[in-house]
Design a protein around this ligand. Structure first.
Ligand SMILES: [Ca+2]
Length: 316
């Protein structure tokens, strides 16, 4: 069923992809499935606001086609380019006190369908009941965690938990107990590093792109010009002292593509972004700075050569 927002768009004749929506209801925990397709081939951007689906607080939005996900506030708009003939399929789940964004069965489109996932609660630990068919083998569960998750089993058994620190996604294979169910308990420590995706920063010149895979969030900043183009983040520093600015990037251009870094418009200093093997190989360069607690704007400006593809800024 289309959301109210897409009915409104149709009624106004606006050129926006239709967004459909359904959900799996576990009481306080609801997993929302969002479907977008390009109705008329001219507008390629889909957008929805998780709060308007009924979510609040932190949410994790996962693209079931690309496997990319982004942690965001429910009140913000999730926007993604789905291409001229595109379709987009997303799962949006709440991220509660456990810090886990639980996406359910990695092998199912309705990954938190009630036939597979019987219950989900989050009381600081996320508890999920997994239902198995008679004689069924292992089921792969997956989701978001800001750091390697802790897993215990109340019923059934589990293999090793795989955690990818670059994407902040985990997966684990669980097996049923004799009663045909498994109950997993998951939690994760909040990460000391805060991520700021480039595609959600202020882009003056660079465009948000998704052409090359391996990015986090919903894309990266693709610089267009050899000078003046900039990406500007607003970041919050909690404690005064030495901090690391880590820029994740890809540079398949074969040579260094330095960017000029300024903080609050202060003195500029170039930072090297050396070539990576290709445009889908991502690396990180860092700069150490001393900052007092507070809010800062950090700008990365093209200085004589088009910039690398910038995925995100991490501040620790
Ligand atoms: Ca990104």
């Amino acid at each position: 069923m289309p959301t109210d927002a897409s009915y409104v768009n149709d009624a106004k004749g606006l050129d926006l992809p239709v967004v459909g929506h359904t959900y799996s209801d576990f009481g306080a925990f609801k997993a929302h499935y969002v479907f977008a397709y390009n109705q008329n081939g001219t507008n390629v951007t889909t957008s929805f606001t998780p709060a308007r689906l009924g979510l609040s607080g932190r949410v994790y939005v996962y693209n079931t086609g690309t496997g990319a996900g982004t942690l965001m506030d429910a009140g913000a708009a999730f926007t993604e380019n789905i291409g001229a003939a595109g379709r987009g399929s997303y799962i949006a789940v709440p991220v509660g006190g456990s810090n886990i964004g639980f996406l359910g069965d990695a092998g199912k489109i309705a990954s938190l369908g009630k036939k597979r996932i019987g219950a989900v609660t989050d009381d600081g630990t996320l508890h999920a009941t997994v239902n198995f068919a008679s004689g069924e083998g292992g089921v792969t569960l997956h989701g978001y965690a800001p750091s390697a998750p802790r897993l215990t089993m109340s019923r059934g058994t589990a293999g090793a938990v795989f955690y990818d620190a670059a994407t902040r996604q985990f997966s684990v294979v669980v097996n049923a107990s004799a009663d045909g169910t498994a109950v997993v308990n998951l939690s994760a420590a909040a990460s000391p590093a805060t991520w700021y995706e480039a595609e959600r920063a202020t882009l003056s010149g660079p465009v948000a792109s998704q052409e090359w895979p391996g990015f986090t969030g919903t894309g990266y900043a693709d610089y267009q010009h050899a000078s003046a183009d900039y990406t500007e983040w607003t970041v919050t520093v909690g404690a005064s002292g030495s901090h690391t600015l880590a820029f994740r990037y890809a540079n398949g251009g074969g040579a260094d593509r330095p960017l000029s870094i300024t903080i609050n418009g202060g003195s500029a200093a170039n930072l090297s972004f050396p070539a990576t093997a290709d445009w889908s190989t991502w690396s990180t360069v860092t700069r150490t700075v001393t900052l007092n607690a507070g809010t800062y704007t950090i700008r990365a400006t093209a200085t004589g050569s088009s910039g690398a593809n910038i995925d995100r800024l991490e501040v620790t």
